[in-house]
Design a protein around this ligand. Structure first.
Ligand code: NG6
Ligand code: CA
Length: 520
């Protein structure tokens, strides 16, 4: 009997000590995991408005996956894109430099050379120097090559030359040629016997266009969007060849999602930075058949539902790979919303009571709030405490903030280190920020915004968007007047004077000597 009891005791001791060991190992693993640099995933929507997300107050559309990030992380109500159009915002995001410092930071054609100097600091470069693997999947729109790109050989410089180890992109926009995917500088699926030629000025002889061949179209475009046709959709610019490489618009969201998911799975054993640049809800709005009718609002609503689904799938992948608790997710949009942006897609007719701009005034291309104030969310499961923050933050601050997160020392330029604000530990953001819209600039300081006088129409009639142009200075107190209804410039001359002084100290005094493009 004694022997049996002794044996049982020995067994018990062995088993508990094993258990302890395995617990210890678990502890060790989590410690190691925690010590590892966090992954960073930046999700960038294209033209998604402040009021397009249900967490931000949309009642006619439901975006459960974006809401999950907003409600489980910090939801910023004063988060800004640097510009009311795409290229300048993306330039500022990656370089931490105000776009108005670079005269070429304007909406680029598909043939534009690379806008970012290859010696310039960028988020991916900075992270790479700290051991990160860096990848971009989706919309680029920052130019490629040095002029006169040959699309049939290695296209360079591009994302890979400004810090991305991996790139799977569309060159410009979904409505611009070339309508092909580019993987690490090579057009994906290109048949060398069917070379690609691109021209933004004139058509290639014998090639159909939206203007000449409306019978080939499944979607009508305005004159600017009625050049070459791919997949029944007319585009800006002319393209010949590359048939096997051309994208199918309805598959684009799924295609980019799969690329992004594969990237995560491949890079899961080291810290990575993924810039996932969705193409929605920019025109042409081409939901996959599974999402057609999902919003009851026509294609614009449907592609927002589709984008939200993609974001949900991406989060699922991070969860399945057990990465969610070691990944900082930042979500935002490159500029505000627009309904009619060149195609007849019933965005206006089927809008119903939905307000893509929420309570804000203006929209894409506008210097008024809806041009640049966008959904802006940071999420890090287990690290960021859910909160709504009214701190003033700009996408331009991600460079300095992420560099602080990974302990990298860089020249900060216009970027401010707001890491604690982004992690929800601090409630005070920037003191001021300059926003840009089609080369014009405005100045937000505290609750106030100053819009200098600019020539040009007050309303873009085709797009039905207020531009922000006025002969007078505009001064709004956004705290009580988020809809910018009361111009206080005349009743508050002291404030006006002070704001002009502070604005000019950063921007200089030649801010209104600019040529405004004609909303192209
Ligand atoms: C404009 C296009 C618009 C859109 C925009 C870029 C015309 C008339 N309009 O020039 O459709 O493509 O460029 O949008 O051509 S952005 O979100 O990439 O800045
Ligand atoms: Ca955009």
């Amino acid at each position: 009997m004694k022997r049996i009891i002794y044996l049982l005791l020995v067994l018990f001791t062995i088993s508990t000590s094993c258990k302890k060991n395995s617990n210890k190992q678990d502890e060790l693993l989590t410690e190691q995991e925690a010590q590892r640099q966090p992954n960073i995933v930046f999700i960038y929507a294209d033209d998604l408005g402040y009021g397009d997300v249900s967490a931000y107050g949309a009642t006619e559309l439901s975006t459960p996956n974006i809401d999950k990030l907003a409600n489980g992380g910090v939801m910023f109500t004063n988060g800004y894109a640097s510009s009311a159009t795409c290229t300048p915002s993306r330039f500022a995001l990656l370089t931490g430099t105000y776009p108005w410092r670079n005269k070429d930071a304007k909406i680029l054609p598909g043939t534009a050379p690379l806008l970012i100097d290859t010696t310039q600091v960028t988020i991916p470069k900075m992270l790479k120097s700290k051991g990160y693997h860096t990848g971009i999947v989706g919309k680029w729109h920052l130019g490629l090559g040095t002029g006169n790109v040959n699309w049939n050989t290695h296209i360079s410089p591009g994302p890979n030359e400004v810090g991305f180890d991996y790139s799977y992109i569309m060159a410009a926009t979904q409505d611009r040629v070339p309508t092909v995917y580019i993987k690490n500088g090579y057009v994906d699926n290109l048949d060398q016997n069917d070379p690609i030629e691109i021209n933004y000025d004139k058509n290639f002889e014998g090639e159909p266009t939206g203007t000449n061949n409306p019978e080939l179209l499944k979607m009508l475009g305005d004159p600017q969007h009625s050049n070459s046709i791919n997949n029944g959709v007319p585009r800006i610019g002319y393209m010949r060849g590359g048939t096997s490489a051309k994208w199918i618009d309805e598959d684009m969201a799924g295609h980019f999602l799969e690329e992004a998911q594969n990237y995560i799975k491949q890079q899961k054993s080291n810290p990575f930075f993924l810039y996932y640049a969705l193409q929605q809800p920019h025109v042409p709005r081409t939901p996959n058949p599974r999402f057609v009718g999902s919003s009851g609002m026509g294609p614009r609503g449907d592609v927002i539902i589709e984008a939200d689904w993609c974001i949900g799938e991406l989060i699922k992948t991070l969860e399945e790979q057990r990465l969610l608790e070691n990944t900082l997710i930042v979500l935002s949009s490159d500029n505000g919303p627009v309904l009619n942006d060149g195609y007849a897609d019933e965005a206006i007719e089927k809008l119903g009571d939905h307000k893509p701009w929420g309570e804000l005034r203006g929209g894409k291309y506008s210097l008024l709030e809806a041009g640049t104030r966008v959904p802006f969310i940071t999420y890090w499961k287990g690290t960021i405490k859910p909160n709504v923050s009214d701190a003033l933050v700009s996408q331009i601050d991600l460079l300095a903030s992420l560099s602080s997160l990974v302990d990298s020392k860089i020249e900060k330029g216009d970027s401010q280190n707001l890491l604690d604000v982004f992690l929800g530990k601090e409630s005070k953001g920037r003191d001021n920020v300059i926003i840009e819209a089609t080369s014009r600039t405005a100045f937000r300081e505290g609750d106030w915004i100053l819009i200098p006088p600019y020539k040009g129409p007050a309303v873009n009639k085709i797009k039905n968007i207020e531009t922000g142009n006025s002969k007078e200075f505009q001064l709004y107190n956004l705290k009580g007047d988020i809809g910018q209804k009361n111009n206080l410039a005349n009743v508050n001359p002291e404030k006006l004077k002070n704001m002009i002084k502070n604005f000019e100290s950063i921007r200089g005094d030649s801010y209104n000597e600019i040529e405004q493009p004609n909303f192209k």
